[in-house]
Write a protein that binds this ligand. Structure first.
Ligand code: ADP
Ligand code: ADP
Ligand code: ZN
Length: 219
C-alpha cells in the first residue's frame, strides 16, 4: 500500500495518518517529522532548514525531495508507506512520480482531508506535542490524561514554534498557493479520495477506512 495524505496544516493529517499506517502495517513517513528531527539533532541539514520552518515557508523542493526519497529507500519502506505532508508542490509531486516509476511502483491513493478555515485555526491553536515521542494532543478535544504531560512517556508537552498565529497565517497562505493545486493534479490521475475531515477523530477515521478499504478491494 502506497498512500499520500494531503490537506491544509492542522487538518488532522498526522493524527489520522498514524492510525492508517498501523492498520495497513506500513511506516508513517512525515516530512515535517523528518525536518523537526534534523533540527532537534542540530545536523547540517537541520541548520539549513530551520529558518524555513520558523517562518512557515516551504523548505526548497530540492532539499525536501532528497530527504523524503532517501527515507523511502530504507528497508522498512519496501513493502509500502504512507506519506504525510509530502508532496506539497507540483515539482515534488513530479519527483515522486519519477521515483515510483524508476522502481516500477504506483501510488494506491491520495487522501485529501478537507476541513474549513475556522476548524483549522481552532485545531492548530490548541495543538500540543510531545517533544520526546512525537504524540499530538489538543487542549480541548484530545487532552492528555494529566494536564500538560504526555500519556505515553510523561514528558512535558510543548506548543510547536510554528503554531503561533502569525506563522499559522503564513502557512495557510502557502498551502493555498503551492499545495492546493495538487488536488487537481491527483484528481486528474484518478487517485484522489476526498474525505470530510470535520467531526471527531473517530468519525474521520471511519470515513477514511471505509474509502480506503473499498479502494483496496477494487484493486
Ligand atoms: P502540518 O502538519 O501542520 O501541516 P508539517 O509538520 O507537515 O506541518 O510541516 C511543518 C513545516 O515543515 C512546514 O511548514 C514546512 O516548513 C516544512 N515542510 C514539511 N513538509 C514539507 C514539504 N513537503 N515541502 C516543503 N516544506 C515542508
Ligand atoms: P496536521 O498533521 O494536519 O497538521 P494534526 O494531526 O497535528 O494535523 O492535528 C492538528 C491538531 O488538531 C492537533 O492538536 C490534533 O490533536 C487536533 N485534531 C486532530 N484531529 C482532530 C479532530 N477530528 N477533532 C478535533 N481535533 C483534532
Ligand atoms: Zn511522549
Amino acid at each position: 500500500m502506497r498512500l499520500v495524505f494531503m490537506g491544509p496544516p492542522g487538518a488532522g493529517k498526522g493524527t489520522q495518518a498514524k492510525a492508517v499506517a498501523k492498520r495497513y502495517d506500513i511506516p508513517h513517513v512525515s516530512s515535517g517529522d523528518i525536518f523537526r528531527a534534523e533540527i532537534a539533532g542540530e545536523t547540517d541539514l537541520g541548520k539549513q532548514i530551520k529558518q524555513y520552518l520558523d517562518t512557515g515557508a516551504l523548505v526548497p523542493d530540492e532539499i525536501t525531495v532528497r530527504a523524503v526519497v532517501d527515507r523511502l529507500q530504507a528497508d522498512d519502506c519496501q513493502g509500502g508507506w504512507l506519506l504525510d505532508g509530502f508532496p506539497r508542490t507540483e515539482p515534488q509531486a513530479r519527483a515522486l512520480d519519477e521515483a515510483l516509476e524508476a522502481n516500477n511502483e504506483q501510488l494506491n491513493a491520495v487522501v485529501n482531508l478537507a476541513v474549513g478555515a475556522e476548524v483549522i485555526v481552532r485545531r492548530m491553536s490548541g495543538r500540543r506535542v510531545c517533544p520526546t515521542c512525537g504524540r499530538t494532543y489538543h487542549v480541548e478535544r484530545i487532552p492528555p490524561k494529566v494536564e500538560g504531560k504526555c500519556d505515553a512517556c510523561g514528558a512535558e508537552l510543548i506548543i510547536r514554534d510554528d503554531d503561533k498565529p502569525e506563522t499559522v497565517r503564513q502557512r495557510l497562505g502557502t498551502y493555498e498557493r503551492a499545495t492546493a493545486p495538487l488536488i487537481d493534479y491527483y484528481d486528474q490521475r484518478g487517485l484522489l479520495l476526498r474525505v470530510d475531515g470535520s467531526g471527531t477523530p473517530d468519525e474521520v477515521r471511519r470515513r477514511i477506512f471505509e474509502q480506503l478499504d473499498s479502494e483496496v478491494q477494487d484493486g
